[in-house]
Design a protein around this ligand. Sequence first.
Ligand SMILES: C[S@@+](CC[C@H](N)C(=O)[O-])C[C@H]1O[C@@H](n2cnc3c(N)ncnc32)[C@H](O)[C@@H]1O
Length: 338
Amino acid sequence: MTSSFTDLLSAALTARSELVARLHAEQTDAYRMFHGSVEGVAGLTVDRYGNLLLVQSFHEPLTAEQLTELETFYHRSFPGFDIIYNDRSQPNSRIANKLSNEQMDAAFEPREAQELGVTYRIQARHAGQDPWLFLDLRAGRRRVMQEAAGKTVLNLFAYTCGVGIAAAKAGAKQVVNVDFAESSLLVGKENSRLNHLGHTLRYVESDAFAALRQYSGLGQPRVVRGKRLPPFPKLEKQQFDLVVLDPPRYSKSIFGVVDLVNDYSALFKPALLATAEGGTLICTNNVASVDRQDWFDQLQRSAKKAGREIRDMEWITPEADFPTLDGNPPLKIALLRV
Ligand SMILES: C[S@@+](CC[C@H](N)C(=O)[O-])C[C@H]1O[C@@H](n2cnc3c(N)ncnc32)[C@H](O)[C@@H]1O
């Protein structure tokens, strides 16, 4: 007898058949197979990365019976794939469940996944919590690849440099990746090696505020309110043809506060000033409760204050493996011609 859980997983797979055929034809084997919040199990996601199926639960753990049912379903549809379950329903979304020794080997095995002909390093488990490639941003990386040839590119909050790797693969002249996490930039370097990208990419291990203030020409003081700031890399003023600003929801450091709900402008203004006249700024906001139009109105006000014009704009929408109930995806991606 088929239970309703299996029915939901199966319906999600059927719903993707056209998309998946298209993705495979363009050398993509990384996509979301089950987006539970819309497809029937809130907080449960199943992502394919090459021969790995990564199952994550964010609201409550799967029961042993549910996990067995899920594994039975996917083993039948994808024989030979590894299925790894990461329960992230505890506070801070930290992975909480133990795996068998055999599963641990599979979880820590370095793998490769393809997206739009680009190879990305993937591990089901590593020192951090999040997968090394965020799949809802595929639409953004796709657009970056259409834009990047011959351009200078600044990739802010680069994480494992997915956007920067895509840009370099598409023929960017120079790509600068900024992130304060050395471990994430190391994965970016590995991604560059996997794609034979040579010296196109640069990795700046820095607080994004410190880097942006220097690139934009606003300047980063060494002492603020009598307090000496920790050392940061010195960077020359530079404007880029294409800037990508994809920050986390909230992050506080001595250099500034990333707060996508209350103060997007703190990042947007210097990012805009680091974008060349006639250039393009792609920025994102992944906070579901932020209304798309309200956010764009804010961007326009902020641009005006900074003395820059938004000449044209375009929304980039996550692809069909991230279905929505109301046409408003939590991840908003705006492409601005400035
Ligand atoms: C959600 S990820 C960004 C995703 C990334 N843009 C991508 O394409 O996958 C958040 C990243 O921001 C970095 N980060 C957070 N606050 C930062 C800050 N103040 N300066 C530099 N990096 C920061 C983290 O280290 C992490 O790599």
